[in-house]
Design a protein around this ligand. Sequence first.
Ligand SMILES: [Zn+2]
Length: 261
Amino acid sequence: MQSQLEGIVIRTMPYGENNKIVTLFTREAGKITCMARGAKKPASRLAAITQPFTHGTYSIYKGKGMGTLQSGDQLESLRHIREDIMSTAYASYITELVDRLTEQDEPQPGIYEMLFQALHAIEEGYDPEAITLFVEWKMLQTAGLAPTLHECANCGATEGEFAFSFQELGFLCHRCFHIDPYIIRLSPALVKVIRTLYFVPIERVGSLTLKKESKSLLKQIVRTIYEEQAGIRLKSRKFLEQLERTPEFLPKKAEDDPKDS
Ligand SMILES: [Zn+2]
């Protein structure tokens, strides 16, 4: 059976001397893994369209077992992501997370849309760290983790001061702080940011600017949830964290800083 699918390359693996096993996240059919014969040869017509983060339409033949990628047309290359090491690292982290949290051949148009929007936002130069946070908070639900963030996880109160509790997987109000000795206290602004990350559609990502310290804390919370509640630790996380600690890859302050000339 031949199908024509719109998708994004989320993972590739060399197979034998010339082939690649390619995982696509498609709009119509969700995650699909297929064999791209000859795609490792630079002259192959499959070489360009099987690069990571490529967005295209793919023609896949599926008999028994793994499908075969027959041809494809690139819609966009998302070149900036591939050429900028920080963007590559964040995009790799996002695609690995999507890969880890989804099953093969299960249509999930909402996740496709989120992945598409997230990669485009990075391509267009939005803060990749903030976009990654968006994806991480949004994907909690896909991982079967649904933190209580609209009210206190213990008493249901919506008013008051809030803290995050791993034990309760969600917010606790100040009246309930005592039930968990390891709460993380949050400013009202951070409570709002967490709700935005979790509840607001990713299309509105551009309007959100976050302080470095806020991003660190939000990242620490969400990654601890994945690790402790779902046992998920991503391979690309180590590389990302190394880059984040490397001074020459820190975001530049002004575009034309006179000291640089
Ligand atoms: Zn409470």
